[in-house]
Ligand binder design. Sequence first.
Ligand SMILES: Cc1cc2nc3c(=O)[nH]c(=O)nc-3n(C[C@H](O)[C@H](O)[C@H](O)COP(=O)(O)OP(=O)(O)OC[C@H]3O[C@@H](n4cnc5c(N)ncnc54)[C@H](O)[C@@H]3O)c2cc1C
Length: 325
Amino acid sequence: MKELWIVAEQNRGVIAASFYEILSKAKAVYASAQEQPCFAAVVLAGDEMPAAELKSSGVDKIYLASEPMLADYNPALYTAVLTAMAETYRPEILLVAASAQGSEVAPGVSARLKTGLAAHCTELKLDEQEQLHMIAPAFGGKLMGEYIIPTCRPVMASIKPGVFESVPQTAKDAELVCFDASDIVAAEAGIELVSSEEVVETELPIEKAEVLVCAGLGSAVTGNFEKVKTFAKKLGASFCYTRPIADLGYMPNEHAMVGTSGKTVKPKLYIGFGVSGAAQHVCGMKDSGMIININSDEEADSFRISNYKVVSDCGAVLDELLKQI
Ligand SMILES: Cc1cc2nc3c(=O)[nH]c(=O)nc-3n(C[C@H](O)[C@H](O)[C@H](O)COP(=O)(O)OP(=O)(O)OC[C@H]3O[C@@H](n4cnc5c(N)ncnc54)[C@H](O)[C@@H]3O)c2cc1C
């Protein structure tokens, strides 16, 4: 039976939400297929292995590589071990999250396996021959590319977290297959983790926010960036931003950046200040319920996807909003 593998990223024994999202989508895609694959979770872990959680996740099989050195993410080790597991058990399809970890490991694995990888996919579907089609933004988000990998195996895809809904699955008595990675770990011991620090999320992740306020570069260059943040706080909304806000140092990282290279969000309400509406940003927020944009340029592309457009200097609008709340 052909196997469809999904890498279950774990951190201190806790499985990432992306695993359940990808599993739900994969099961839905194959729901009416003639040939059902064996759905398998692949876990690289230390001693803390979420076996019970995975067993009840709805997969048929669990492939586990457990070594103390695999407890924390290590790009060289994870790439080598995942490649060796795929070479040994030969899955038909290998899906990973397009997370920071998955985006680093997947290209290395696909190159070593000499197979194709469709990166940052936002849709999966089967054709009449039950061949997997992987859909992802292409040319900087200007169009959607549809990919097939006709001959090389495994077919590999990285899936953007937050795009697919996680649906509870019927628990199965999954078979556990243990992979001995000790030789690989010993051979790849060149990179050593010196220290790690856990980042504790104090705010609601933007993927889960119902109301999002977004700062675009137009708000920052006109000296209104802090006002956007204050407005978000007063409104009880989550705060996000476009790529230039992170690139130009207005924010220290890309943690709450929205778009092709950032996160995909679907709030009930999105309010953008000084956002031009570049395809790479729109791709990450176009499915928001209600979209309001404030921009001084009447022709701004962000207005094309807006339910309400406010043609105005965002500073003036923010001053008024802050007065009103
Ligand atoms: C491979 C690749 C990946 C990328 N990934 C992402 C991504 O994930 N996310 C992302 O956001 N971008 C991404 N980008 C960058 C993207 O192409 C755009 O450059 C970016 O989204 C523009 O951000 P912005 O709208 O904040 O700034 P700008 O495009 O500079 O727009 C600023 C806007 O502010 C308006 N403005 C100016 N003054 C005022 C004022 N006083 N009041 C109101 N409005 C005002 C202007 O009219 C303008 O529309 C990517 C680019 C590439 C090439």
